[in-house]
Design a protein around this ligand. Structure first.
Ligand code: FAQ
Length: 353
Protein backbone atom coordinates (compact mmCIF):
# COMPACT_ATOMS: atom_id res chain seq x y z
CA UNK A 1 0.00 0.00 0.00
CA UNK A 2 1.29 3.47 -0.81
CA UNK A 3 2.76 5.14 2.20
CA UNK A 4 3.38 2.01 4.26
CA UNK A 5 6.76 1.27 2.77
CA UNK A 6 8.86 3.80 4.64
CA UNK A 7 8.44 2.77 8.28
CA UNK A 8 7.05 -0.08 10.31
CA UNK A 9 3.43 -0.26 9.09
CA UNK A 10 2.33 -1.26 12.60
CA UNK A 11 3.70 1.96 14.04
CA UNK A 12 1.01 4.71 14.32
CA UNK A 13 1.86 7.71 12.17
CA UNK A 14 -1.07 9.89 13.15
CA UNK A 15 -3.74 10.39 15.77
CA UNK A 16 -6.32 8.25 13.94
CA UNK A 17 -4.08 5.21 14.15
CA UNK A 18 -3.99 4.92 17.95
CA UNK A 19 -7.35 3.14 18.13
CA UNK A 20 -9.14 6.22 19.51
CA UNK A 21 -11.51 6.34 16.55
CA UNK A 22 -12.48 2.67 17.04
CA UNK A 23 -13.00 3.37 20.74
CA UNK A 24 -15.31 6.27 19.85
CA UNK A 25 -17.38 3.98 17.60
CA UNK A 26 -17.68 1.36 20.34
CA UNK A 27 -18.52 3.97 22.99
CA UNK A 28 -21.21 5.54 20.78
CA UNK A 29 -22.88 2.13 20.28
CA UNK A 30 -22.87 1.43 24.02
CA UNK A 31 -24.18 4.84 25.03
CA UNK A 32 -26.92 4.73 22.39
CA UNK A 33 -28.16 1.52 23.98
CA UNK A 34 -28.15 3.15 27.45
CA UNK A 35 -29.94 6.28 26.28
CA UNK A 36 -33.41 5.19 27.36
CA UNK A 37 -32.26 4.51 30.93
CA UNK A 38 -30.86 7.87 32.05
CA UNK A 39 -33.55 10.29 30.81
CA UNK A 40 -33.33 12.40 27.72
CA UNK A 41 -33.21 16.01 28.89
CA UNK A 42 -30.22 17.92 27.52
CA UNK A 43 -28.53 17.97 30.94
CA UNK A 44 -29.22 14.27 31.60
CA UNK A 45 -27.80 13.26 28.24
CA UNK A 46 -24.67 15.38 28.73
CA UNK A 47 -24.19 14.11 32.30
CA UNK A 48 -24.37 10.51 31.04
CA UNK A 49 -22.01 11.34 28.15
CA UNK A 50 -24.73 10.41 25.66
CA UNK A 51 -25.11 11.96 22.20
CA UNK A 52 -27.56 14.82 21.65
CA UNK A 53 -29.57 14.07 18.50
CA UNK A 54 -31.30 16.55 16.13
CA UNK A 55 -34.79 16.12 17.61
CA UNK A 56 -33.62 16.50 21.23
CA UNK A 57 -34.24 19.78 22.98
CA UNK A 58 -31.04 21.81 23.26
CA UNK A 59 -30.16 25.33 24.43
CA UNK A 60 -30.09 27.87 21.63
CA UNK A 61 -26.49 28.81 22.47
CA UNK A 62 -25.40 25.15 22.08
CA UNK A 63 -27.10 24.99 18.67
CA UNK A 64 -25.48 28.26 17.58
CA UNK A 65 -22.01 27.18 18.73
CA UNK A 66 -22.34 23.95 16.78
CA UNK A 67 -23.52 25.73 13.65
CA UNK A 68 -20.55 28.13 13.92
CA UNK A 69 -17.98 25.37 14.43
CA UNK A 70 -19.41 22.83 11.94
CA UNK A 71 -19.91 25.50 9.25
CA UNK A 72 -16.37 26.82 9.75
CA UNK A 73 -15.13 23.26 9.54
CA UNK A 74 -17.13 22.54 6.35
CA UNK A 75 -15.91 25.77 4.75
CA UNK A 76 -12.32 24.79 5.62
CA UNK A 77 -12.71 21.47 3.84
CA UNK A 78 -13.90 23.00 0.58
CA UNK A 79 -11.58 26.03 0.62
CA UNK A 80 -8.84 23.57 1.56
CA UNK A 81 -9.23 21.93 -1.86
CA UNK A 82 -7.65 24.97 -3.52
CA UNK A 83 -4.01 24.92 -2.34
CA UNK A 84 -3.51 21.29 -3.45
CA UNK A 85 -5.89 21.55 -6.42
CA UNK A 86 -3.39 24.08 -7.71
CA UNK A 87 -0.92 21.18 -8.21
CA UNK A 88 -3.11 18.53 -9.86
CA UNK A 89 -2.05 19.53 -13.37
CA UNK A 90 1.61 19.78 -12.32
CA UNK A 91 2.02 16.63 -10.20
CA UNK A 92 5.33 14.98 -11.11
CA UNK A 93 3.90 11.60 -12.25
CA UNK A 94 0.62 9.92 -13.15
CA UNK A 95 0.66 8.06 -9.84
CA UNK A 96 1.11 11.32 -7.89
CA UNK A 97 -1.63 12.99 -9.94
CA UNK A 98 -4.12 10.15 -9.31
CA UNK A 99 -3.41 10.20 -5.56
CA UNK A 100 -3.69 13.99 -5.35
CA UNK A 101 -6.97 14.05 -7.28
CA UNK A 102 -8.44 11.42 -4.96
CA UNK A 103 -7.26 13.38 -1.94
CA UNK A 104 -8.76 16.66 -3.12
CA UNK A 105 -12.04 14.86 -3.90
CA UNK A 106 -12.05 13.43 -0.38
CA UNK A 107 -11.90 16.99 1.00
CA UNK A 108 -15.01 17.87 -1.06
CA UNK A 109 -16.72 14.81 0.45
CA UNK A 110 -15.77 15.95 3.97
CA UNK A 111 -17.35 19.32 3.21
CA UNK A 112 -20.55 17.54 2.16
CA UNK A 113 -20.76 15.37 5.29
CA UNK A 114 -20.25 18.49 7.40
CA UNK A 115 -22.79 20.69 5.61
CA UNK A 116 -25.26 17.80 5.99
CA UNK A 117 -24.46 17.63 9.75
CA UNK A 118 -24.99 21.40 10.06
CA UNK A 119 -28.34 21.13 8.27
CA UNK A 120 -29.62 18.82 11.03
CA UNK A 121 -29.44 21.93 13.26
CA UNK A 122 -31.97 23.76 11.13
CA UNK A 123 -29.79 25.83 8.77
CA UNK A 124 -29.66 25.60 5.03
CA UNK A 125 -26.33 24.99 3.32
CA UNK A 126 -27.08 27.75 0.79
CA UNK A 127 -27.32 30.15 3.72
CA UNK A 128 -23.98 28.92 5.10
CA UNK A 129 -22.28 29.32 1.73
CA UNK A 130 -23.59 32.91 1.51
CA UNK A 131 -22.04 33.60 4.92
CA UNK A 132 -18.71 32.18 3.72
CA UNK A 133 -18.79 34.13 0.47
CA UNK A 134 -19.61 37.40 2.23
CA UNK A 135 -16.83 36.91 4.81
CA UNK A 136 -19.28 36.58 7.72
CA UNK A 137 -18.14 33.04 8.55
CA UNK A 138 -14.54 31.91 8.76
CA UNK A 139 -12.52 29.00 7.40
CA UNK A 140 -9.23 27.71 8.75
CA UNK A 141 -6.34 30.19 8.73
CA UNK A 142 -4.05 27.55 7.20
CA UNK A 143 -5.62 27.74 3.75
CA UNK A 144 -4.52 31.34 3.27
CA UNK A 145 -0.93 30.24 2.68
CA UNK A 146 0.34 29.54 -0.85
CA UNK A 147 1.58 26.23 -2.28
CA UNK A 148 4.79 27.34 -3.96
CA UNK A 149 6.43 23.99 -4.82
CA UNK A 150 5.50 20.31 -5.16
CA UNK A 151 6.92 19.70 -1.68
CA UNK A 152 4.14 21.88 -0.24
CA UNK A 153 1.70 19.06 -1.07
CA UNK A 154 3.81 16.80 1.11
CA UNK A 155 3.93 19.35 3.92
CA UNK A 156 0.15 19.85 3.75
CA UNK A 157 -0.49 16.11 4.05
CA UNK A 158 2.08 15.56 6.80
CA UNK A 159 1.54 18.72 8.88
CA UNK A 160 -1.87 20.16 7.95
CA UNK A 161 -3.75 16.84 7.76
CA UNK A 162 -1.69 15.64 10.73
CA UNK A 163 -2.85 18.66 12.79
CA UNK A 164 -6.40 18.31 11.46
CA UNK A 165 -6.62 14.67 12.64
CA UNK A 166 -5.17 15.49 16.05
CA UNK A 167 -7.97 18.04 16.45
CA UNK A 168 -10.68 15.84 14.90
CA UNK A 169 -10.17 12.45 16.55
CA UNK A 170 -11.62 13.84 19.82
CA UNK A 171 -14.53 15.26 17.79
CA UNK A 172 -15.56 11.63 17.08
CA UNK A 173 -16.73 11.77 20.73
CA UNK A 174 -18.39 15.18 20.36
CA UNK A 175 -21.71 15.41 22.23
CA UNK A 176 -23.66 16.18 19.03
CA UNK A 177 -24.38 12.86 17.29
CA UNK A 178 -24.40 13.89 13.60
CA UNK A 179 -21.08 15.78 13.95
CA UNK A 180 -19.43 12.94 15.89
CA UNK A 181 -20.51 10.37 13.30
CA UNK A 182 -19.30 12.51 10.38
CA UNK A 183 -15.92 12.80 12.08
CA UNK A 184 -15.39 9.04 12.24
CA UNK A 185 -15.21 8.67 8.48
CA UNK A 186 -13.35 11.96 8.04
CA UNK A 187 -10.61 10.84 10.43
CA UNK A 188 -10.10 7.52 8.66
CA UNK A 189 -9.65 9.36 5.36
CA UNK A 190 -7.43 12.07 6.86
CA UNK A 191 -5.22 9.31 8.18
CA UNK A 192 -4.50 8.21 4.61
CA UNK A 193 -3.92 11.84 3.59
CA UNK A 194 -1.35 12.32 6.32
CA UNK A 195 0.52 9.20 5.21
CA UNK A 196 0.56 10.29 1.57
CA UNK A 197 2.02 13.67 2.60
CA UNK A 198 4.66 11.98 4.72
CA UNK A 199 5.54 9.71 1.81
CA UNK A 200 5.98 12.65 -0.59
CA UNK A 201 8.45 14.23 1.82
CA UNK A 202 10.13 10.88 2.52
CA UNK A 203 10.80 10.50 -1.20
CA UNK A 204 12.01 14.09 -1.67
CA UNK A 205 14.24 14.00 1.37
CA UNK A 206 15.98 10.94 -0.10
CA UNK A 207 16.32 12.53 -3.53
CA UNK A 208 18.76 15.06 -4.96
CA UNK A 209 20.12 17.96 -2.92
CA UNK A 210 17.62 20.27 -4.68
CA UNK A 211 14.71 17.95 -3.75
CA UNK A 212 15.85 17.76 -0.16
CA UNK A 213 16.08 21.59 -0.02
CA UNK A 214 12.57 21.80 -1.45
CA UNK A 215 11.26 19.49 1.31
CA UNK A 216 13.08 21.49 4.00
CA UNK A 217 11.79 24.80 2.64
CA UNK A 218 8.20 23.49 2.69
CA UNK A 219 8.58 22.25 6.29
CA UNK A 220 9.99 25.67 7.25
CA UNK A 221 7.01 27.51 5.80
CA UNK A 222 4.21 25.20 7.05
CA UNK A 223 5.38 24.39 10.60
CA UNK A 224 4.27 27.55 12.44
CA UNK A 225 0.98 27.99 10.54
CA UNK A 226 0.18 24.31 11.34
CA UNK A 227 0.65 25.03 15.07
CA UNK A 228 -1.71 28.02 14.74
CA UNK A 229 -4.44 25.79 13.24
CA UNK A 230 -5.29 24.54 16.75
CA UNK A 231 -6.53 28.02 17.64
CA UNK A 232 -5.31 30.69 20.07
CA UNK A 233 -3.91 29.81 23.50
CA UNK A 234 -6.73 28.81 25.84
CA UNK A 235 -5.05 27.64 29.05
CA UNK A 236 -3.02 29.30 31.83
CA UNK A 237 -1.99 32.96 31.91
CA UNK A 238 -1.67 33.20 28.13
CA UNK A 239 -5.31 32.21 27.49
CA UNK A 240 -7.01 34.55 25.04
CA UNK A 241 -10.05 36.33 26.46
CA UNK A 242 -13.41 35.69 24.83
CA UNK A 243 -12.52 32.22 23.53
CA UNK A 244 -15.04 29.39 23.36
CA UNK A 245 -13.07 26.50 24.88
CA UNK A 246 -14.44 26.49 28.44
CA UNK A 247 -18.09 26.52 27.33
CA UNK A 248 -17.51 24.08 24.47
CA UNK A 249 -15.75 21.64 26.82
CA UNK A 250 -18.60 21.93 29.35
CA UNK A 251 -20.99 20.99 26.53
CA UNK A 252 -18.81 18.08 25.38
CA UNK A 253 -18.25 19.65 21.96
CA UNK A 254 -14.50 20.08 22.49
CA UNK A 255 -12.86 17.33 24.55
CA UNK A 256 -9.42 18.95 24.90
CA UNK A 257 -8.09 22.50 24.97
CA UNK A 258 -6.38 23.99 21.90
CA UNK A 259 -3.10 24.03 23.84
CA UNK A 260 -3.31 20.33 24.83
CA UNK A 261 -3.93 19.25 21.24
CA UNK A 262 -1.12 21.48 19.98
CA UNK A 263 1.28 19.86 22.48
CA UNK A 264 0.18 16.35 21.45
CA UNK A 265 0.79 17.29 17.83
CA UNK A 266 4.29 18.61 18.56
CA UNK A 267 5.11 15.47 20.57
CA UNK A 268 4.01 13.24 17.70
CA UNK A 269 5.58 15.24 14.90
CA UNK A 270 9.07 16.02 16.18
CA UNK A 271 10.26 12.36 15.98
CA UNK A 272 8.72 12.08 12.50
CA UNK A 273 10.72 15.11 11.33
CA UNK A 274 13.84 13.34 12.57
CA UNK A 275 12.91 10.24 10.53
CA UNK A 276 12.44 12.41 7.48
CA UNK A 277 15.82 14.03 8.11
CA UNK A 278 14.16 17.47 8.22
CA UNK A 279 14.81 20.21 10.76
CA UNK A 280 11.83 21.97 12.28
CA UNK A 281 12.30 25.76 12.19
CA UNK A 282 12.33 26.29 15.95
CA UNK A 283 15.64 26.71 17.81
CA UNK A 284 13.80 26.34 21.14
CA UNK A 285 12.49 22.81 20.46
CA UNK A 286 13.83 20.49 23.14
CA UNK A 287 12.63 17.43 25.00
CA UNK A 288 11.72 18.21 28.58
CA UNK A 289 12.63 15.17 30.71
CA UNK A 290 10.51 16.41 33.62
CA UNK A 291 7.26 16.81 31.70
CA UNK A 292 7.92 14.13 29.10
CA UNK A 293 6.92 16.60 26.35
CA UNK A 294 8.68 18.64 23.68
CA UNK A 295 9.00 22.31 24.67
CA UNK A 296 8.63 24.65 21.73
CA UNK A 297 9.26 28.34 21.04
CA UNK A 298 6.81 31.23 21.24
CA UNK A 299 4.16 31.34 18.51
CA UNK A 300 3.69 34.71 16.81
CA UNK A 301 -0.05 35.07 17.46
CA UNK A 302 -0.17 38.43 15.68
CA UNK A 303 0.22 36.43 12.45
CA UNK A 304 -2.94 34.36 13.16
CA UNK A 305 -5.01 37.47 13.94
CA UNK A 306 -3.68 39.22 10.83
CA UNK A 307 -4.60 36.24 8.62
CA UNK A 308 -8.04 35.97 10.24
CA UNK A 309 -8.66 39.65 9.50
CA UNK A 310 -8.14 38.89 5.80
CA UNK A 311 -4.51 39.89 5.40
CA UNK A 312 -2.95 36.50 4.60
CA UNK A 313 -1.13 35.86 1.33
CA UNK A 314 -4.13 34.19 -0.33
CA UNK A 315 -7.34 35.31 1.47
CA UNK A 316 -8.70 37.37 -1.43
CA UNK A 317 -7.74 34.77 -4.06
CA UNK A 318 -9.37 31.89 -2.12
CA UNK A 319 -12.74 33.64 -1.74
CA UNK A 320 -12.72 34.99 -5.28
CA UNK A 321 -12.14 31.50 -6.67
CA UNK A 322 -14.79 29.96 -4.39
CA UNK A 323 -17.42 32.55 -5.34
CA UNK A 324 -16.51 32.06 -9.02
CA UNK A 325 -16.91 28.26 -8.73
CA UNK A 326 -20.27 28.75 -6.98
CA UNK A 327 -21.58 30.94 -9.82
CA UNK A 328 -20.24 28.61 -12.49
CA UNK A 329 -21.95 25.68 -10.75
CA UNK A 330 -25.38 27.38 -10.60
CA UNK A 331 -26.66 25.39 -13.60
CA UNK A 332 -25.78 22.10 -11.88
CA UNK A 333 -27.75 23.05 -8.78
CA UNK A 334 -30.69 24.20 -10.91
CA UNK A 335 -30.66 20.95 -12.92
CA UNK A 336 -30.42 18.84 -9.75
CA UNK A 337 -33.34 20.74 -8.17
CA UNK A 338 -35.45 20.38 -11.34
CA UNK A 339 -34.71 16.64 -11.43
CA UNK A 340 -35.57 16.26 -7.73
CA UNK A 341 -38.83 18.18 -8.18
CA UNK A 342 -39.82 16.00 -11.13
CA UNK A 343 -38.88 12.86 -9.20
CA UNK A 344 -41.00 14.00 -6.20
CA UNK A 345 -43.94 14.76 -8.48
CA UNK A 346 -43.62 11.34 -10.10
CA UNK A 347 -43.64 9.67 -6.70
CA UNK A 348 -46.69 11.65 -5.55
CA UNK A 349 -48.57 10.61 -8.70
CA UNK A 350 -47.60 7.00 -8.03
CA UNK A 351 -48.98 7.21 -4.48
CA UNK A 352 -52.23 8.79 -5.73
CA UNK A 353 -52.61 6.09 -8.35
N1 FAQ B 1 -8.56 29.48 11.72
O1 FAQ B 1 -12.10 29.98 21.15
P1 FAQ B 1 -11.47 29.39 19.95
C1 FAQ B 1 -8.60 20.51 7.53
C2 FAQ B 1 -11.18 31.42 15.67
S1 FAQ B 1 -9.93 21.02 8.42
C3 FAQ B 1 -9.61 30.35 11.72
O2 FAQ B 1 -10.38 28.41 20.14
P2 FAQ B 1 -13.20 27.34 18.91
C4 FAQ B 1 -8.80 19.36 6.59
C5 FAQ B 1 -12.45 30.77 16.22
O3 FAQ B 1 -13.35 30.44 15.20
C6 FAQ B 1 -9.32 22.41 9.34
N2 FAQ B 1 -10.22 30.76 12.85
O4 FAQ B 1 -12.62 28.82 19.00
C7 FAQ B 1 -8.02 19.58 5.37
C8 FAQ B 1 -12.95 31.86 17.12
O5 FAQ B 1 -13.52 32.89 16.33
P3 FAQ B 1 -15.09 33.35 16.44
C9 FAQ B 1 -10.41 23.03 10.08
C10 FAQ B 1 -9.79 30.24 14.01
O6 FAQ B 1 -14.18 27.29 17.80
C11 FAQ B 1 -6.67 19.31 5.31
C12 FAQ B 1 -11.67 32.47 17.69
O7 FAQ B 1 -10.66 32.17 16.75
N3 FAQ B 1 -10.74 22.22 11.23
O8 FAQ B 1 -7.60 21.06 7.70
C13 FAQ B 1 -8.75 29.31 14.07
O9 FAQ B 1 -13.65 26.87 20.24
C14 FAQ B 1 -5.95 19.52 4.13
C15 FAQ B 1 -11.33 31.94 19.07
O10 FAQ B 1 -10.91 30.56 19.00
C16 FAQ B 1 -11.80 22.48 11.99
O11 FAQ B 1 -12.55 23.41 11.72
C17 FAQ B 1 -8.12 28.93 12.86
N4 FAQ B 1 -7.09 28.07 12.82
O12 FAQ B 1 -11.93 26.45 18.51
C18 FAQ B 1 -8.66 20.04 4.22
C19 FAQ B 1 -12.01 21.55 13.14
N5 FAQ B 1 -8.55 28.98 15.36
O13 FAQ B 1 -15.88 32.22 15.82
C20 FAQ B 1 -7.93 20.25 3.04
C21 FAQ B 1 -13.23 21.89 13.95
C22 FAQ B 1 -9.45 29.67 16.08
O14 FAQ B 1 -15.41 33.53 17.88
C23 FAQ B 1 -6.56 19.98 3.00
N6 FAQ B 1 -13.08 23.12 14.67
N7 FAQ B 1 -10.18 30.44 15.27
O15 FAQ B 1 -15.19 34.59 15.62
C24 FAQ B 1 -12.51 23.22 15.91
O16 FAQ B 1 -12.05 22.25 16.47
C25 FAQ B 1 -12.52 24.56 16.58
O17 FAQ B 1 -13.44 25.41 15.91
C26 FAQ B 1 -11.11 25.25 16.60
C27 FAQ B 1 -11.28 26.64 17.25
C28 FAQ B 1 -10.14 24.43 17.45
C29 FAQ B 1 -10.54 25.46 15.20
Amino acid sequence: MYGNDFIDPDEPLNAAEFGDVDDAVAAAATTAAQRAEGGSSFEALLAADQRIEPRDEMPEAYRKTLIRQIAQHAHSEIIGMQPEGNWISRAPSLRRKAILMAKVQDEAGHGLYLYAAAETLGVDRAELLDLLHSGKQKYSSIFNYPTLTWADNGAIGWLVDGAAIMNQVPLCRCSYGPYARAMIRVCKEESFHQRQGFEILWTLSRGTAAQKDMAQDAANRWWWPALMMFGPPDTGDAATTGGHTAQSMAWGIKRFSNDDLRQKFVDMTVPQAAKLGLTLPDPDLRFNEETGHWDFGAIDWSELWRVLKGDGACNAERIERRVGAHHEGAWVREAANAYAARHDLGQQQEYVA
